[in-house]
Design a protein around this ligand. Structure first.
Ligand SMILES: C[S@@+](CC[C@H](N)C(=O)[O-])C[C@H]1O[C@@H](n2cnc3c(N)ncnc32)[C@H](O)[C@@H]1O
Length: 337
């Protein structure tokens, strides 16, 4: 299947696109870094404005097919690199001067609907869940990781209170038979959670989230992605993130609140503009959320939260306090198989 055909086949709605565009205002031109290219929804919408340039990144090599379409159409205004966004400073430098750096986290509809990737509960394909540039697959994790580590991952990265129960069941099952597909894993989790009848979502939702986050080290990526992006931004540059679950949003919110004007001033005698411990101007503590009609059209957008801040002119300093706050999450993602 060629890229144009598959783009047409899977309906692709870039989440909160109108709000993103109204914040970054591409109609006035400028250079934009799209850290999560996916199906290229944001990049394409920005490139519609003639004075813009877009540099896009995605860790998933399958997104290159969509990037090639844009490269053909906009050879001088668009570039793509297959990379993790924590490496953004290896690709760009201070001369890039982006007007905005954008993150739209998680999975694209293409990744989710591709049965060979194993992201969906119902997938009969191999238990993979790799976004790209990974050390392990989900199959390695559920079949070979020790029970204690498996429990920690499910409890901490999935915020799943039945983590131990689920890890017990997985370990018992794999003694008899290797777990090979996402559907098989999903069934094991449903059996483990059977006694808990009061869940609204698919019982495997949180465990799948945990395993996916672990093998892609998504939270470590996010923390370092935000720090590295901040290094690249100049005065007035915008850092914008759309997140989809509470762990991601907690990280973004914490970073923006710790280093912005909304943080409590360390001294009430210090004028806010002279406070060198801040890196951003933040217009609101509250995130933006999708409009009702967007949720009706694209159910995946229902949990989206958009937060953004504007870089001020203070020199960059390393946000140690922020990094320390999420040590437990890093350590969980660093468990070695
Ligand atoms: C929700 S999709 C983005 C959709 C895109 N905004 C659009 O409109 O088509 C998220 C994308 O980010 C990519 N991604 C996730 N984590 C990444 C990371 N650490 N570095 C680079 N790309 C990442 C995924 O592979 C996926 O393609």
């Amino acid at each position: 299947m060629n890229a144009t055909m598959s783009l047409e086949k899977t309906k692709h709605y870039p989440v909160m696109l109108d709000q993103v565009l109204s914040i970054i205002s591409p109609q006035h031109g400028g250079t934009f870094i799209d850290c999560t290219f996916g199906g290229g929804g944001y990049s394409k919408a920005i490139l519609k404005y003639p004075k813009t340039k877009v540099f896009a990144i995605d860790r998933d090599k399958s997104t290159a097919q969509y990037a090639n379409i844009l490269k053909e159409k906009f050879p001088t205004r668009f570039n793509f690199s297959q990379s993790k966004f924590s490496n953004i400073n290896k690709i760009f430098n201070l001369n890039t001067k982006p007007k905005a750096i954008i993150f739209d986290l998680g999975l694209s509809s293409f990744q989710l609907s591709d049965n060979t990737r194993g992201f969906s509960f119902k997938s009969k394909g191999p238990l993979n869940m790799q976004m790209g540039i990974n050390k392990y697959s989900a199959l390695d994790v559920v079949n070979f990781l020790d029970k204690k580590s498996l429990t920690d991952i499910i409890k901490i990265l999935g915020e799943e209170k039945d983590g131990k129960l689920i890890a017990d069941k997985i370990v018992k099952y794999r003694k008899e038979k290797m777990i090979k597909t996402s559907e098989e894993l999903s069934n094991i989790i449903s059996i483990a959670k059977k006694q808990n009848k009061y869940y609204k979502k698919n019982p495997a939702t949180k465990t799948f989230q945990a395993i996916r986050i672990f093998i892609n080290q998504e939270l470590t990526e996010l923390v370092f992605g935000l720090i590295e992006a901040t290094k690249l931004l100049v005065n007035g540059g915008i850092l914008l993130v759309v997140s989809f679950h509470s762990l991601e949003d907690r990280i973004v919110k914490s970073f923006f609140n710790l280093y912005s004007n909304l943080k409590k001033n360390p001294s009430r005698y210090l004028p806010i503009m002279e406070n060198k411990s801040i890196l951003f101007h933040n217009l609101s503590k509250k995130p933006l959320i999708p409009q009702k009609d967007e949720i009706e059209k694209n159910n995946r957008s229902r949990s989206a939260k958009l937060r953004y801040v504007i870089r001020n002119k203070n020199l960059f300093f390393y946000p140690e306090e922020f990094k320390k706050k999420f040590t437990t999450l890093f350590q969980t993602e660093q468990i070695i198989l």
